[in-house]
Design a protein around this ligand. Structure first.
Ligand code: MN3
Length: 199
């Protein structure tokens, strides 16, 4: 059973002016789609084809002979998670149980924001910044290329794509502005709260 590219959960222009339709058309329809196509081609007619994407990511992580499957499968998963991590009219501060947990584990929302900004800014080259649940504690992490928290045994709650293809058309070299727009205007805290509640 092939893994299907999920549709974007909003219109291509819905995240403007922060992320333009042109970026989403390339990022979803070309980059994300290519990872899905490559993944399906690599697992086709193998025992992995019938397993969930999450199961395959865990199973092949660290196996050099299956690096292509890991990279394309994890990138397929990471992008779907990223689309759901942002929304039109997002950003601001979390509320409820999620806010309480952030305050308990980071000290304050501002301290979380500082840690997340630092992780996203200092990920050298391509990769991702994450908010994860690790043994019951919230942590900010960063991963290179396709690597993700599922492979590392953590529960992902939120992600930001810091590959240049995610922001270069709109922000060029200004990754820090892309990061602050993500936190101030795009984060889908409802998605993060639902992920925490389900963990
Ligand atoms: Mn990307």
């Amino acid at each position: 059973m092939a893994y299907e590219l999920p549709a974007l959960p909003y219109d291509y222009s819905a995240l403007e002016p922060f992320i333009t339709a042109k970026t989403l058309e390339f990022h979803h329809d070309k980059h994300h789609a290519a990872y899905v196509t490559n993944y399906n081609n690599l697992v086709k007619d193998t025992p992995l084809a019938d397993k969930s994407l999450e199961a395959v990511i865990k199973e092949v992580y660290g196996d050099a002979s299956k690096a292509g499957i890991f990279n394309n499968g994890a990138q397929a998963w990471n992008h779907t998670f990223y689309w759901n991590s942002i929304k039109p009219g997002g950003g601001g501060t979390p509320t409820g149980a999620l806010a309480d947990k952030i305050n308990a584990d980071f000290g304050s929302y501002d301290q979380f924001k500082e840690a997340f900004t630092a992780a996203a800014t200092t990920q050298f080259g391509s990769g991702w910044a994450w908010l994860v649940l690790d043994n019951g504690t919230l942590k900010v992490t960063k991963t290179g290329n396709a690597e993700n928290p599922i492979a590392l045994g953590q529960t992902p709650l939120l992600t930001l794509d810091v590959w240049e293809h995610a922001y270069y058309l709109d922000y060029q070299n200004k990754r820090p502005v892309y990061i602050s727009d993500f936190l101030n205007s795009l984060v889908n805290w409802d998605f993060v709260a639902a992920n925490l509640a389900a963990a």
